[in-house]
Write a protein that binds this ligand. Structure first.
Ligand code: KG4
Ligand code: ZN
Length: 349
């Protein structure tokens, strides 16, 4: 089955063509980072308008790269939530109109299921069951994954998402937008143990997270070490980045190990923007190897938002016969564990 995937939930327009027989044929992405940079965050109305401008040229490009024409497509998958309402509507309208014109099934896909399944696009994908750590700008969740659509929430952040904490801390340090990846690069040049950052929620049982305390800790450090321009010196900024990143990574690693022990599983999947973090990948690899467990993640470009993960997730569900009626579905808030399971015959694929 040849599936077109469309992602427009936030500030990235991503399109991809995935074939159930041949794998990923093409993918293309336009990032709105420059558009939102001057505001220091995503402006929803500007995001929607830019998706409108970019989606058709990107569709043409991805079809060309896949060397197919519109009529070859067997189904369309688009992100129908969670995300920004206006942005979701653009992808939904495009997918639904195209599906109607071509008379093929169209399905709204859960953005976090897309992230969760992105490692399936790699050469050695994980096998079910596994524990998934979903770490993005809007979510930090530990999920038990028995099969596609069989998700049980094990724990989540009680306040900021991990990516959000990276971004807010970067903003406090006046780093370039978007802050998370910039902070991560600087962290690798800093001294990890100069400041004694807390490891929130790790001294009590359970699988929930909390990151807002780290922001406060950072704010106090900045205040204590600030120079004439209200910011600490360059070395101190690097050391704050390093200490902050290490605290977030340690909190995530501790809870991942706990989740694997609790579920008696040996496979961990990390997905979402923060799974691109090299320190997180490294520390998980070391920690899990000691316990005979293994961690899987997607290539860098498929950790952050992209169309390929939506095409893949949608393809699995479209093959199982799932499709929307002829209506645009957009669900800004949508718990992952409300998704329907796939047919049992498809389990484990
Ligand atoms: O999955 P994603 O692209 O969008 C959402 O669905 O939210 O994740 C974006 C988040 C941002 O908060 C960004 O700062 C964070 O992922 N991020 C990183 C890194 N790369 C992206 N955080 C830490 N280290 C990175 N290398
Ligand atoms: Zn995302």
């Amino acid at each position: 089955m040849l599936v077109l995937g469309i992602e427009t939930s936030c500030d990235e327009t991503g399109l991809a063509v995935y074939d159930s027989e041949r794998g990923l044929l093409a993918h293309t992405l336009y990032s709105q980072v420059k558009l939102h940079a001057e505001y220091g965050g995503v402006v929803p109305e500007l995001a929607s308008r830019d998706h409108v401008r970019k989606i058709i040229p990107l569709l043409k490009r991805v079809l060309e790269e896949a060397n197919i024409s519109k009529v070859d497509i067997d189904g369309i998958a688009y992100t129908s939530g969670p995300g920004l309402m206006g942005a979701l509507m653009v992808g939904g309208a495009m997918a639904t109109a195209l599906g109607f014109a071509l008379d093929i099934p169209v399905l709204g896909v859960h953005h976090m299921e897309g992230h969760l399944l992105a490692p399936m696009l790699e050469d050695s994908p994980p096998n079910f069951p596994f524990v998934a750590l979903l770490v993005s700008g809007g979510h930090t969740q530990l999920v038990s994954v028995k099969a596609i659509g069989e998700y049980e929430l094990l724990g989540e952040s009680l306040d900021d998402a991990a990516g959000e904490a990276f971004d807010k801390t970067a903003k406090m340090l006046d780093l370039d937008y978007p802050g998370g990846p910039v902070l991560a690069v600087m962290a690798d040049r800093g001294q990890i143990d100069r400041f004694d950052f807390p490891r929130p929620m790790t001294d009590r049982p359970g699988l929930d997270f909390s990151f807002s305390g780290l922001k406060t800790f950072t704010r106090n450090l900045i205040h204590k070490h600030r120079g004439a321009d209200e910011l600490p010196d360059d070395k101190t900024i690097l050391d704050i980045c390093a200490g902050f990143q290490e605290a977030v990574v340690d909190s995530l690693v501790i809870k991942c190990r706990r989740a694997l022990n609790q579920t008696q599983m040996k496979t961990l999947v990390i997905a979402g923007g923060v799974s691109a973090n090299t320190r997180l990948r490294h520390k998980l690899e070391v920690a899990l190897a000691k316990e005979g467990a293994e961690v899987f993640y997607a290539r860098h470009e498929f950790c952050t938002d992209n169309g390929a993960m939506i095409a893949y997730a949608g393809c699995q569900r479209l093959i199982a016969g799932q499709a929307n009626k002829l209506e645009i579905s957009a669900t800004p808030r949508w718990p992952l564990d409300q998704l329907p399971a796939l047919e049992s015959s498809l389990k484990g694929k």
